[in-house]
Design a protein. Sequence first.
Length: 173
Amino acid sequence: MTQILLVYSSVHGQTRKICEYIQQKLHQTGHQVTLAALDDVNDLSGFDKIFIGASIRHGKHRPALYEFIQRHQVQLETKPSGFFSVSLVARKPHKNTPETNAYMQAFLQQTVWKPKLLETFAGNLDYQGYGPMDRNIIRFIMWITKGPTDPNTKVEYTDWQKVDDFAQQMKEA
């Protein structure tokens, strides 16, 4: 049985939700998937495959993501592995692939790890679930990008078929 580690870095919970969904899908096909928060992982040696999902906050992935990758670079490069990024920008058709998503491109420029399996997923917009500062920052960003700005907006943009496809690629990696 394949031992898969699925690590997440999530701020408002959508990346974790995507990881839990992937975990469930892979469990259904007989894979053992350990789900763990980025800050809770120290040892990658017991896993056959390693995948990381990380959200964007204020236009960036968390610095802890890059520190984790640097610390575990050898194992990430020698085992089947992959990375996906979750952002509201990925809701747009021309920004929802690893090649067209600016956050993914910035990630690839800033990290020493070059995962073979990459994906971008659109996140969740829930103004009422944010604190006042985040709500205002995100509303401003959405205004700039011509997204919804009504403070009562709650929309899940995640394409779950795309997540299914990525889970299938994880099995085949």
